[in-house]
Design a protein around this ligand. Structure first.
Ligand SMILES: C[S@@+](CC[C@H](N)C(=O)[O-])C[C@H]1O[C@@H](n2cnc3c(N)ncnc32)[C@H](O)[C@@H]1O
Length: 239
């Protein structure tokens, strides 16, 4: 990792360190729906051995998944998020979550050692090359038959009718909030256009990325507004 990326990790830590309380109590119905969709998909294969939650935050996925796994490795770039997750785990008596303070860009696991990788509302912060590298790595870390499940903001920059419908509906919701909403429209439009921190790509681009990495049974569906769910499985060993 070079000095530019290191600088950006420091920025990410500062940004997310300030967002712990906000994120822990977000109360946003749309987010609850995508979290629910990731959890439902994760449970489809029954109990898991090793689960990795990338960008775990305060544990919206890691905590419920721990009851159905041997171990959950909860990874985040923010120490504050992981501390809060530790408090939640302790008060719920959950003892099989290991927290790892690391940017996803520096993550490594032994080939074939992971049963399930999940991530919610994290990967759109990565530049596209790092998204691709993460998906390629995930295909190596997962055992044959293991799955990658990604929930995230999945929308392009307004070049397709679908993008325009999604972005238009978000603008209409925020417009109704008055000046605070107008400020958010301006801020988010700027970030999307300049790809500063917000770097989402469309559902179809995720589907193609997983397929190119060798995942099979790849599905991509829109869950609510801009939030999509993409799932792929590492081919099972022949014979
Ligand atoms: C929007 S929150 C989502 C948290 C959680 N997945 C959830 O659904 O509640 C994004 C999380 O990703 C983490 N994050 C952002 N960029 C990251 C990176 N490059 N590597 C690891 N974690 C990252 C942030 O610290 C934050 O906890």
């Amino acid at each position: 990792m070079d000095w530019r990326t290191r600088g950006s990790v420091r920025t990410q830590r500062r940004h997310w360190g300030r967002a712990v309380a906000l994120w822990d109590n977000h109360g946003v119905a749309g987010l609850e729906r995508i979290i629910g969709a990731v959890l439902a998909a994760a449970r489809e294969d029954g109990p898991s051995g090793l689960v990795v939650d990338v960008g775990t935050g305060t544990g919206a996925l890691a905590l419920p998944l721990a009851s159905n796994a041997r171990k959950v490795v909860a990874v985040d770039v923010s120490a504050g998020m992981l501390e809060r997750l530790g408090e939640h785990a302790a008060s719920a008596g959950v003892g099989n979550i290991e927290t790892v303070l690391s940017p996803v860009e520096e993550l490594t696991f032994a080939p074939g050692s992971v049963d399930l990788i999940v991530s919610n509302y994290v990967l759109h912060h990565l530049i596209d090359r790092e998204k691709r590298r993460f998906v390629d790595n995930a295909a190596v870390w997962l055992r044959p038959g293991g799955r990658l499940i990604i929930g995230d903001m999945m929308v392009g920059r307004g070049t397709t009718p679908e993008d325009r419908a999604i972005l238009g509906s978000k603008v209409r919701v925020m417009m109704r909030r008055g000046p605070a909403g107008w400020w958010r429209i301006a801020k988010n439009a700027w970030r999307l256009m300049t790809r500063t921190r917000e770097r989402p790509i469309p559902l179809q681009a995720w589907r193609e990325m997983l397929t190119a990495a060798g995942f099979v049974d790849v599905t991509a569906e829109r869950v609510v507004a801009e939030a999509g769910l993409v799932i792929g499985r590492v081919p099972r060993a022949a014979g």
